[in-house]
Ligand binder design. Structure first.
Ligand code: FES
Length: 163
């Protein structure tokens, strides 16, 4: 027999998170952040559980998840590379950086490399506009990133992890 999403371990944890937030719809963003922290992502299967707990429709919960680029349905890779696609970075050749990142990682935004090492994400301003184009790797901010610098940072990140 199939386990209902609300009775799966992920569903139970999502329900606990909702209940810690008083099952309040206006706490949805906090709930999603907490679920992602606990489960590594917001799996599709917990969307109906959250919706039911806080009395919203599934579409409303989906809408919030897809609007905020921070939330993902699949667990991230070992490293998370966020590239800024907002105006200032765009005007400083940010699109070329995006193209280079996608080509060299052979992955698109919101996706993880085949070896599970790197998840590539788009973000909209990292608060580092003066040093555009900017990116963040595993929470560390980098500015004035071009293709060469991108390769260097990635090489360092992957080799540090291998040590
Ligand atoms: S626009 Fe890219 S850091 Fe602000």
């Amino acid at each position: 027999m199939l386990t209902k999403p609300e009775n799966s371990p992920d569903g139970e944890r999502a329900r606990d998170v909702c209940s810690r937030h008083g099952n309040r719809a206006d706490e949805l963003i906090e709930i999603l952040h907490e679920v992602q922290e606990e489960l590594g992502c917001v799996p599709q299967s917990v969307v109906p559980v959250i919706a039911k707990a806080i009395n919203l429709s599934r579409a409303e919960v989906h809408g919030v998840i897809s609007f905020y680029h921070d939330f993902r349905h699949e667990p991230a890779g070992r490293h998370v590379v966020k590239i800024c696609r907002a105006e200032s970075c765009q005007s400083m050749n940010g699109e070329a950086l995006c193209d280079h990142a996608k080509a060299s990682l052979k992955t698109g935004f919101g996706e993880t490399t085949a070896d599970g090492q790197v998840t590539l994400e788009a973000v909209y301003c990292l608060g580092n506009c003066a040093l555009s184009p900017a990116m963040m790797v595993d929470g560390q901010l980098h500015g004035r990133v071009d293709a060469g610098r991108f390769d260097e940072i990635l090489r360092e990140t992957l080799s540090e992890a291998a040590e």
